[in-house]
Design a binder for this molecule. Structure first.
Ligand code: GDP
Ligand code: MN
Length: 379
């Protein structure tokens, strides 16, 4: 789950990281009032859960409260990468002397957190990573020991941060690491961390991604979820406890088990198709869950065929088949369905499905080929 910039920055501030003064506004009028409070010169920052807002024109510098109102009107009418802007953060404008990149994320291969920093922060950081990778420094952290002062100094040295800023940088580094660990984040990022004209370090932007699997122990953070930023499909999937990730292909996949779902997507690709989604319906196969899963898959207009791949272990295949048939009776779709069922009572399950005019398959390879062919015929 991603947090908005303003939410991330409030968490930073709680952990002692300096942030600009500012507040969120939902209307241009409010933006004007906040700008007056802050003395006129402000930045109007779209609050949408995507990167690259600056380049998209969603970050604007205002010189006066009335300018702030005009720019907020413009920004609040924008759609950035498909997401409508509903709120803006109105922050006191900073006098930027230098932009630094500073983030912490998980390095799964190393099995530890990694601090990433660069003297070349700002909106071109991806470009820097491509063209000038030496400008990006990394320091792995032993989670049992936490972030050590000497590691912070290593980073400061490597990004050639002037000595006068080291003390402030150390505090910010500890603040960022604490934010990262305490919230069970998978990413905590400040880009840019700026050196201001009056020689202070300030976090101008903030991005935190929380680990959904740890949200149960952060109910206060879970409440920060912005339902407006989620697709209807994602909200629905969460309601039914389905893991759903939308992709770009034309073959909808409904699978029980995350590993099997990954395998199914691979096989679809192998036979020349492209998965429209990852969807793990989890254990059991209650009809309501199957119905919700199919409804989500079929709400994607690109889906030309659906591949259902179920391994019946504890759940019996005939029960799963009944669940699918009940779901289809409710959904009434013409999208071809290919079903592969294996496990307990599979013969009975297959007979029920065949009677209901579904395409059955004996093996996963067979199912994937049938789904790809059905999608091609339908497309
Ligand atoms: P992003 O594009 O979504 O990463 O949004 P950021 O919050 O990082 O803003 C993008 C860029 O806008 C920053 O890298 C800065 O160059 C600029 N910017 C943001 N806030 C201010 C500010 O207060 N003053 C000035 N002069 N520039 C700002
Ligand atoms: Mn940024």
């Amino acid at each position: 789950m991603k947090l908005h910039e303003y939410q991330s920055k409030l968490l930073f501030a709680k952990n002692g990281i300096p942030i600009p003064r500012g507040r969120v506004a939902a209307t241009a009028r409010e933006a004007r009032d906040i700008a007056s409070e802050l003395g006129g010169r402000v930045v109007i920052k779209s609050q949408v859960l995507v990167g690259g807002r600056g380049k998209a024109g969603g970050i604007r510098l205002a010189k006066s409260p009335s300018d702030a109102e005009d720019l907020a009107t413009q920004v609040l009418s924008m759609t950035i990468k498909g997401l409508p802007v509903r709120k803006v953060l109105v922050d006191e404008a900073a006098d930027i002397h230098k932009e630094i990149y500073f983030g912490i994320t998980n390095d799964r291969a190393a099995r530890r957190p990694v601090v990433i920093a660069s003297s070349e922060g700002g909106v071109e950081i991806e470009e820097v990573a491509r063209t000038d990778p030496d400008k990006i420094v990394r320091e792995h952290i032993d989670p049992a020991l936490g972030l050590r002062d000497y590691e912070i100094r290593n980073i400061a040295l490597a990004i050639e941060l002037p000595r006068e800023h080291w003390r402030a940088f150390e505090k910010i580094a500890h603040g960022l690491y604490n934010t990262y660990t305490q919230t069970d984040a998978t990413l905590a990022e400040i880009n840019p961390l700026v050196i201001t004209g009056d020689k202070r370090l300030v976090a101008l932007d903030g991005k935190i991604v929380l680990d959904d699997n740890a949200l149960y122990r952060h109910l206060d953070l879970a409440e920060m979820r912005d339902l407006d930023e989620e697709s209807a499909q994602e909200t629905e999937a969460r309601k039914y406890g389905l893991s759903y990730v939308k992709l770009d292909g034309e073959i909808g996949c409904m699978v029980n088990g995350a590993g099997l779902a990954m395998g199914t997507m691979d096989i679809v690709k192998l036979f020349g198709g492209a998965p429209a989604n990852f969807l793990d319906i989890g254990g059991g196969a209650q009809a309501d869950k199957v119905t919700a899963a199919l409804r989500i898959i079929l709400s994607d207009p690109k889906v030309r065929a659906v591949l259902i791949n179920i391994f019946g272990g504890i759940t019996r295949c005939d029960e799963v088949a009944r669940g699918i048939i009940a779901a289809l009776a409710e959904l009434k779709t013409h999208v071809p369905m290919v079903v592969r069922l294996v496990g307990t009572n599979e013969a009975e399950g297959r007979r029920l499905l065949a009677d209901a005019n579904l395409i059955t398959a004996a093996s996963l390879a067979d199912a994937a080929q049938k789904a790809v062919a059905a999608a091609q015929r339908a497309g």
